[in-house]
Write a protein that binds this ligand. Sequence first.
Ligand code: ZN
Length: 251
Amino acid sequence: MKISRFKKSLKTLKFFVINFDYHEPYQVLIDATFCQAALQNKVIIEEQLKKYFQSTIKLVTTQCIILEAESLGTPLSGATMIVKQFHVHKCGHEGIPVPASQCIKSMTQGERYIVASQDRTLQTSLRKVPGRCLLYLHKATPVLEEPSKASKKYIFKKSQKLFSSDVEKHIERLKQNEGLQNDILNKARNKRKGPKNPNPLSCKKSKKPKAQPESPPNSNGLNESRKTNMKSKRKRIKIPTHVKAALKSPQ
Ligand SMILES: [Zn+2]
């Protein structure tokens, strides 16, 4: 098997494992149409599928599938022989068999089956249901079909829902935190409602003009400040000019 083909099938399988709980051993539900195609293309189903999946697989079928193949007689006798080799899983139609396609649809509702079929109508119908995994033969090559649009859409919506619920949870957490903060603030406010302490600023003592340090008294017994006060208070005596001249002139 080519590496690229293996990688592709592995990617598809991973999608179903991660998103739809498929797990090992992978159960491959095989119908007579798949067996017929295998016979025509000389494919040994078990051998080829083990190589293809490179994982543990379990090949299963149902009583309804076997009965339908048997009812078709000779043209499908080879396919009937092949399909009878697989494990027969109980389908719930024991005693009242239903068409193989109908049986397969009902089987895939509960369990995780990889449906191996060449039935186009069945494939189309299963593609419409999210989580259905299809396998078919392209000539002698098994092909695990890529996830259908329905499967992809389902997962996209699911992830969006998860994302939005995560965002909602985050917002809720933020709101709760905000609520707590508001509670703390309210409590702090309520505490202040009691008798208010006087504003510390209003309690400040008014500034008194600084007392001028008194300068030591001089020899006259008067300190400097008092002296200046006396000076300013002393009346100026206007001396007449002729007296001034007489005073200046030498005697
Ligand atoms: Zn059945």
